[in-house]
Design a protein around this ligand. Structure first.
Ligand code: CTP
Ligand code: CA
Length: 225
């Protein structure tokens, strides 16, 4: 075999992983979006697959080459991502939410292209369901891993999300700075769980994904020990 069994600690583990941004339509030609490239999520999906997992990737729109994973489902909106995840949540052992899901969507997209008649335009938005929180709140939830992209008070906000959403782990990163985060090739993460924490320093996203996958595998095994 290419890998000894010990190097494949997630053999037989069914992973569901969300990645990329979502797009929330305003009208047939416009949407609200965000700066997520999907790179970290795709790299993590591949890294988990390399550790033996069977990964189902639920991907928002990205410009990335197809990752080597067992299955891929493409979605566009937060509601589509929500349905794709909920339909499969009962049949996974590990759920990893890397997607930058839009928190709000236009109440109802306009049927026709919005014309620039007025001097100002007010958008009416409604909140999207929290996919990760909903998966974590299921009766027998999978092992859940979330991400937290923050511009400030990174650790405090991440710890709060870990507790509030009832997650097993959260990977926090600082965005909006000079290095790392959205639209960058590099990133650094602070990974937090109930009784521990580890710093993964600034490095290339592919390497960072491998380190994070190994840490997830370690915590997952510990949880099931
Ligand atoms: N998430 C999700 N569904 C949403 C919003 C977020 O699954 N509707 C997931 C993300 O994939 C990420 C985690 O929740 O793993 C945290 O996302 P983040 O945007 O940092 O947190 P929010 O709870 O949306 O809080 P806020 O944006 O106010 O910081
Ligand atoms: Ca959010």
């Amino acid at each position: 075999a290419l890998f000894p069994l010990a190097a494949r600690p997630l053999t037989g583990v069914r992973v569901l992983l969300t990645a990329g941004p979502t797009r929330e339509p305003l009208d047939p030609v416009r949407f609200l979006g965000n700066r997520s490239s999907g790179r970290m999520g795709f790299a993590l999906a591949e890294a988990l697959e390399t550790l033996g997992a069977r990964v189902t990737l639920i991907a928002g729109p990205t410009a990335l080459p197809a990752p080597r994973v067992a299955e891929r489902i493409d979605v566009e909106t937060a509601l589509e991502m929500h349905s794709a995840v909920m339909a499969r949540a009962a049949d996974c052992d590990l759920f990893v939410a890397t997607a930058a899901v839009a928190d709000y969507r236009p109440v109802e997209p306009a049927e026709n292209k919005i014309k620039k008649n007025a001097d100002a335009l007010t958008l009416h938005l409604v909140r999207n369901p929290d996919i990760l929180a909903e998966v974590a709140a299921r009766p027998s939830p999978p092992f859940t891993v979330g991400f937290a992209a923050e511009t400030d008070r990174v650790e405090e906000y991440a710890r709060d999300k870990l507790t509030r959403k009832g997650l097993n782990m959260i990977a926090a990163n600082h965005v909006g700075g000079e290095r790392g985060g959205f639209e960058r090739a590099e990133n650094a993460l602070t990974v937090i769980w109930r009784n521990g924490q580890r710093e993964l320093p600034m490095m290339d996203k592919t390497r960072l994904a491998r380190e994070l996958a190994a840490l997830i595998a370690e915590r997952y095994q510990e949880h099931h020990a």
